[in-house]
Design a binder for this molecule. Structure first.
Ligand code: AMP
Length: 225
């Protein structure tokens, strides 16, 4: 049994956050996840006003405005009924800036459900770059495949729906380099912020198989009751 944990997963794009999340949810089926990139991509594919506003920024690898993503995340936390709740949940891709982190804490403190764990996945950059070339996604669900390490059962088709897999438009070399740079610039102050709160941890490794047991151990050490 685990006591409720409210976690932020940090890691460079391509560090395997999506893969770790899928495995974590299999391991702890009650865990709820909110993934900022997926929420934004859903807005884009549904052509909502938010989607139209952010499409270009995302294509270029920039960050969308703080206020927009903060509203979207909180709308989702409410829809999923995660505020004032005893369930464990995890945020992936949010917060990306200290402004977002401050706003998150300000709002969560009103609901007595502050973040109690921040984990950074650390993967060497050379490994990340190779991974991105092999990454394909099923956009409607956000499921991620790696044609080398985690291929779909049928080439180019999603395992669950059989629908076609696509490349993310921001997964090309030039835009990807910009996203990596953006991550390193934004993550440093963010990590300092959570370090000061004493809840920052990291798990390191070249593959998801090396990282996953470390992540589980960290969570279970801290939250087993
Ligand atoms: P991701 O799937 O997490 O790599 O996010 C894809 C893109 O969505 C990013 O490159 C940003 O353009 C945008 N995005 C996702 N989360 C945030 C956030 N917390 N703040 C600003 N932009 C974000």
């Amino acid at each position: 049994m685990l006591s409720p944990f409210r976690c932020i997963l940090l890691g460079a794009p391509g560090a395997g956050k999506g893969t770790q999340l899928t495995r974590l949810v299999k391991h702890h089926p009650d865990l709820c996840t909110v993934i900022s990139g997926n929420l934004l991509r859903q807005e884009i594919s549904s052509k909502t006003p938010i989607g139209l506003e952010v499409e270009n920024t995302i294509k270029k690898g920039g960050l969308v405005p703080d206020s927009l993503i903060i509203d979207l995340i909180f709308k989702n936390l409410k829809i999923e009924k995660l505020l004032n709740d005893s369930r464990s949940w995890l945020l992936d891709g949010f917060p990306r800036t200290v402004t977002q982190a401050l706003k998150l804490d300000e709002n969560l403190s009103k609901h007595n459900s502050l973040i109690n764990l921040v984990v950074e996945l650390k993967v060497p950059e050379s490994v990340i770059l190779e991974r991105i070339e092999n990454r394909w996604i099923h956009q409607p669900s956000g499921r991620v495949y790696n044609i080398q390490y985690n291929p779909p059962r049928v080439p180019n088709k999603d395992d669950v729906t059989g629908e076609p897999l696509t490349k993310r438009p921001d997964d090309n070399a030039e835009v990807f380099k910009k996203r990596l740079e953006t991550y390193y610039n934004e993550a440093t102050p963010l990590k300092e912020y959570y370090q000061k709160r004493g809840i920052l941890h990291s798990v390191e490794g070249e593959t998801s198989d090396i990282i996953f047991p470390k992540l589980i151990k960290l969570i279970e050490n801290k939250f087993s009751v």
